[in-house]
Ligand binder design. Structure first.
Ligand code: NAP
Ligand code: MG
Length: 502
């Protein structure tokens, strides 16, 4: 526990101490249980590399138990048969509890992930609460339609035809470590609103907030088996993706694992939705409001320490302002306060793990060896923890790995473009298509470019312009399907056509 206090002025609230000192088991069929093997694994604080807690090490046998519990809760009820306003009330309650206990959830997320406690509380937890309330509202508004059929093969008949929107069934929800509770909420809330039962598999690096959320589901009165949680490693995710009694997988993570999930899902042709990687362009035209574009473009690649699927890590700047603009972004980057997430003054925390630290610093070494020049940063920050300096790279070529590949750290590659030659072809030259930023005062140019860019989300004169009501997802290898908004309900419902001869 002393390791927690070393983090600085913000003390850990008693509820977090209680949670950390308690046993971390799997949630299966409404009961907390050890892994069948009895094994556990450690989760660490990335600011210190020290262990925070031991967590049940779920494997295929545990996934199987959880799937069977979810199956029972779906097939025998009461969840899919509960009145929609019953599901609404329970989901709303989750939103309220998250708001009431935001500090506790925020601290736990900051400790397990390394992100700043202020952001964890105000963004991750507050937004997760909003997501639960938004989909609570949808539970009573999922509707089919009546269809005026012509029935050319039965010219004399009269018919009453309509559609029903039904839950898909048992859904496996596999989430990454960069926004643990938020990514869980994006999937849990629409899945549950539509009447599905679920198995949540958090990332091995950040299992804690999911387990605390499991306590909240139980406390709120969710029936046993509706929400099951299995902590573990990639093999647990693979067992879930390949399980024949699972009807759907919703996944957020790397493109590489997304492809493995598609393969694993083939056996029973379960439905799959995927939110994958990105290498998003952030385009700055010379006529942009530079006072907004400099901090906005910094936020585009630095938010969450660059560990964002949407990170705007290819910064295309019009050549007439390139030197001035990149120097201003580099200067702002070098002033960012780096430290442990639990220090409220921290703006940039550590990366999640030694593995990610090695990956990001490896990309930096490769980029510099290829001929890139760092206007700020360029390597490790401090002596301990997985901290990387915010780094602006210039003198890069389109074929450099720092321009083509997802780095997932606080690194941006800046490339100049010429107004006559345009920037869209370069911006679209990627296997990914998740997001894009555009900075200009010219309204027509903004709309024109927004149409031309192949990306699921386009943000003009801002970056990370998310909203619960706006669909989010990727073009190309950034994924399948759209989360958030009313459209996410399509991922978790299936349509039945009913046609009655009158
Ligand atoms: P990842 O392996 O894709 O992890 C995402 C989730 O999938 C985790 O819960 C993971 O479990 C699980 N998983 C791993 N192998 C699986 C399999 N074969 N079948 C089913 N589920 C499986 O991502 P990562 O290894 O943590 O990060 C690697 C890279 O992915 C990063 O450097 C970054 O480039 C990218 N990434 C992207 C996002 C995004 O939001 N698009 C998020 C995170 C990472 P374990 O945690 O136990 O491995
Ligand atoms: Mg951790």
């Amino acid at each position: 526990m002393t390791a927690l206090i070393e983090h600085g002025p913000q003390s850990v609230v008693p509820a977090v101490r209680r949670f950390l000192s308690g046993r971390k088991q799997l949630l299966i069929g409404g009961e907390w249980a050890d892994a069948a093997s009895g094994r556990t694994f450690g989760t660490e604080d990335p600011a210190t590399g020290r262990e925070l807690a031991q967590v049940a090490h779920g494997e295929a046998a545990d996934v199987d138990r959880a799937v069977r519990a979810a199956r029972r809760a779906f097939d025998e009820g009461p969840w899919p048969h509960m009145k929609p306003n019953g599901r609404e009330r329970l989901l709303w309650r989750i939103g309220d509890i998250l708001s009431e206990r935001a500090e506790e959830f925020g601290q736990l997320e900051a400790l397990d992930n390394g992100k700043s406690v202020g952001i964890a509380t105000a963004v991750d937890v507050a937004w997760a609460a909003d997501v639960f309330r938004y989909y609570a509202g949808w539970a009573t508004k999922i509707e089919g339609s009546t269809v005026n059929v012509s029935m050319p093969f039965a010219p004399g008949g009269q018919f009453h035809a309509y559609t029903l929107r039904e839950p898909v069934g048992v859904c496996g929800l596999i989430v990454p470590w960069n926004f643990p509770i938020l990514m869980a909420a994006w999937k849990l809330a629409p899945a549950l609103a539509a009447g599905n039962t679920v198995i949540l598999k958090p990332a091995e690096q950040t299992p804690l907030s999911a387990l605390l959320l499991g306590e909240v589901f139980t406390e709120a009165g969710f029936p046993p088996g509706v929400v099951n949680i299995v902590t573990g490693f990639g093999d647990a995710g693979a067992a879930l993706s390949g399980h024949d009694a699972v009807d759907k997988i919703a996944f957020t993570g790397s493109t590489e694992v997304g492809k493995k999930i598609v393969d694993a899902a083939k056996g029973n042709l379960k439905k799959v939705s995927l939110e994958l990687g990105g290498k998003s362009p952030n385009i700055v035209f010379a006529d942009a409001d530079l006072e907004a574009a400099v901090p906005g473009s910094l936020n585009a690649w630095l938010f969450n320490h660059g560990q964002c699927c949407v990170a705007g890590t290819r910064m295309y700047v019009e050549d007439t302002i390139f030197d001035e603009f990149t120097a201003a972004v580099a200067e702002a980057a070098s002033k960012v306060r780096i430290g442990p997430g639990m220090d409220p003054a921290t703006e940039l925390g550590p990366l999640i793990s030694q593995e990610q630290f090695d990956k990001v610093t490896g990309y930096l070494r490769d980029g510099l060896a290829d001929g890139a020049r760092a206007l700020s940063g360029g390597g490790r920050w401090g002596e301990s923890g997985y901290f990387v300096e915010p780094t602006v790279l210039v003198d890069v070529q389109p074929d450099f790995s720092v321009v083509r590949e997802e780095i997932f750290g606080p690194v941006v590659a800046a490339l100049p473009f010429n107004a006559d030659e345009g920037v869209v072809a370069a911006a679209n030259d990627s296997i990914y298509g998740l997001a894009a930023g555009i900075w200009t005062k010219d309204v027509s140019k903004a709309h024109r470019t927004a149409r031309q860019v192949k990306a699921g989300s386009v943000w003009v004169n801002q970056y990370n312009g998310f909203d619960t009501a706006m669909p989010f997802g990727g073009y190309k290898q950034s994924g399948w399907g759209r989360e958030l908004g009313a459209g996410a309900l399509d991922l978790y419902t299936t349509t039945k056509s009913v046609n009655i001869a009158l």
